[in-house]
Design a protein around this ligand. Structure first.
Ligand code: NCD
Length: 357
């Protein structure tokens, strides 16, 4: 296949244009999903969870992608995203390998990301990747699109090797946003008409950015941005929300928004983007944006408390020891694995086998 658009031209496109190239062939941007996709993913994650409950169902699931090979290319720190993709792949029977350390890969010999991805897709049918550069996942997608390698789906369709972003720079984490939507849906019974408070480092938090994009697809959602001004949501997101008539406002503390919020989504200060202090310490969360035990009393009875994890001091430790069904982040983590089963099943068009039950 000939190169239709050069990499610099592709990367220079606005995301709304890049999304049109991606379609549903890879997963790079939260904006690529519409409401029907989101509802279908949630339904599929539920079906995967149910199917896996019986030994027969689990073994049928493990036969679905036995002939496929995946690479988990995670060169930025990760525990749960890496593990949940690995587990989801194992549940679907995918063979898998990983590259996690640039020091022991040819990247350390000066190989470009484009050449590394070309090499990877010679061997594998799927690349899941986490990278510290904003453009890394888009670069990998372009490389796959413009290589000769194709995978054949069950319906006979040929596709480039799919690229799934497990976090690219500080801008996007689309699969986390899908699992967040799944968790909010399951906790509240729906997202339309809800108020969601996002707390912490909204400026560099790729999870809250991707989740905000998805709110375009729900009716009458209100977003409350609870952050110190230096970590407030960037204008690219607030402009997007304005353009799509999603209501948002800044709030100056957790206390200010807690009585209105149906979901409270905490994030840590993303200080990996700051110069490291000599003593290796981490930036503490501001008091006004720290979720304390007392906040459980102020929280609405049906509301849920979320966090993409890993967490630090932005949630008081005592909250972990309270047996309160509204504390949802550990279940959110587990939901992520089922959502990733759904994502992979749909990418390889075997989801009908899961929905069949
Ligand atoms: C998040 C990430 O990597 O962006 N973690 C995750 O994937 N669950 C959030 C974070 O690191 O703060």
């Amino acid at each position: 296949m000939s190169v239709r658009i050069s990499l610099p031209e592709f990367l220079a496109l606005p995301d709304a244009e890049k999304v049109k190239h991606v379609g549903q062939r890879s997963i790079l941007f939260a904006q690529q999903f519409d409401r029907a996709d989101l509802d279908a993913y949630c339904k599929l994650a539920d079906a995967a969870r149910a199917l896996h409950k019986t030994p027969e169902g689990a073994s049928r699931m493990a036969g679905l992608l036995r002939h496929r090979m995946a690479l988990n290319f995670f060169v930025q720190p990760s525990s749960r995203t890496f593990m949940s993709f690995n587990t989801a792949q194992a549940y679907l029977g995918l063979n898998r390998m990983s590259v996690r350390d640039v020091k022991i890969s040819s990247i350390s010999k000066g190989e470009t990301l484009v050449d590394s991805i070309r090499t990877f897709i010679s061997y594998v049918d799927l690349v899941v990747m986490r990278h510290d550069q904003d453009d890394a996942a888009a670069t990998a997608f372009w490389t796959s699109l413009n290589s000769h390698r194709r995978i054949t789906l069950p319906n006979g369709e040929e596709r480039p090797v799919p690229i799934v972003s497990g976090g690219s720079g500080s801008k996007q984490h689309p699969t986390q946003a899908l699992l967040d939507v799944y968790t909010i849906e399951k906790s509240l019974g729906g997202i339309d008409g809800r108020t969601i408070m996002l707390v912490g480092d909204l400026k560099r938090g790729r999870t809250v950015r991707s989740l905000s994009y998805l709110m375009r697809e729900y009716r009458d959602v209100r977003l409350l941005f609870a952050a110190p001004e230096r970590y407030q949501m960037l204008p690219d997101i607030t402009d997007f929300l304005d353009a799509h008539r999603v209501s948002w406002k800044k709030v100056g503390s957790i206390d200010e928004g807690i009585r209105e919020a149906d979901a409270i989504y905490m994030t840590r200060i993303q200080d990996e983007w700051d110069a490291k202090p000599a003593d290796g310490s981490h930036a503490p969360a501001d008091d006004a944006f720290t979720f304390r035990l007392r906040h459980l009393d102020a929280m609405r009875a049906h509301a849920c408390l979320l966090h993409p994890l890993p967490k630090r001091d932005e949630i008081e430790e005592a909250v972990d020891y309270v047996d309160d069904p509204r504390v949802m982040y550990w279940r959110q983590e587990r939901n992520g694995m089922w959502m990733r089963v759904a994502i992979l099943a749909r990418l390889f068009e075997v989801h009908h086998e899961i929905l069949r039950g």
